[in-house]
Design a protein around this ligand. Structure first.
Ligand code: HEC
Length: 169
């Protein structure tokens, strides 16, 4: 082996090591960026993938048949996801509101009394104005259950007790 060849090999090896090192550093940097900085992406409003016929069908009116079980499920889900803002009676006086969150309109306002159940399903799915979508937390069938429960709440009037007595322990 000539002197030149040996030198070239040493340089080459050093170069490769350096390349490996910097490669490792870059990978680490990328990995740590992913771990630390990956943003939490809420499921976007168009959560129902186009072309997924089953999902779209699940959101299409008239939805599941209204039964006592569906209303009970709706009440349970409404309490879990909606009362913090809308209040148990739907008057827009939930606990979060008393802590400064902008109050939602009362469900007993004329405009909201006129909402069809499928419009409520849409609000749950896509959000509206300052209200976030709940598509990533509430299943389509449960959105219908909640919507039917909201209509039931409205039908009972602003002054009625929120409890239908249908939720089983
Ligand atoms: C974090 C608070 C919050 C939660 C939780 C919440 N909402 Fe709302 N909601 C709002 C606010 C604020 C508005 C008014 C939005 C606007 O017009 O900017 C609103 C508006 C609405 C409206 C009226 C939409 C319209 O046409 O004006 C409906 C219906 C509704 N929400 C249903 C629900 C249901 C059902 C749930 C539970 C799955 C729910 N919301 C959970 C805050 C909330």
């Amino acid at each position: 082996m000539s002197m030149e060849t040996a030198l070239a090999l040493v340089l080459l090896a050093t170069g490769l090591l350096a390349a490996c090192d910097s490669g490792t550093e870059e990978r680490d940097a990328v990995a740590s960026t992913r771990t630390v900085q990956r943003p939490y992406l809420p499921v976007p409003p168009g959560v129902v993938p186009r072309g997924t016929a089953a999902r779209e069908a699940a959101l299409a009116a008239p939805g599941p048949e209204v039964t006592p079980d569906l209303l009970a499920r709706g009440e349970e889900q409404f309490r879990a996801f909606c009362t913090p803002c809308h209040g148990a009676s739907g008057r827009g006086d939930g606990a979060i509101v008393s802590r400064g969150f902008p109050p939602p309109p009362s469900y007993h306002e004329e405009r909201l009394l006129a909402l069809a159940p499928e419009q409520i399903v849409q609000v749950i799915t896509h959000g509206k104005g300052r209200m976030f979508p709940y598509a990533d937390r509430v299943l389509p069938e449960d959105r219908w259950a909640i919507a039917r429960y909201v209509k039931d709440l409205q039908a009972r009037g602003a002054g009625a007790p929120p409890d239908r007595g249908t939720v089983r322990p």
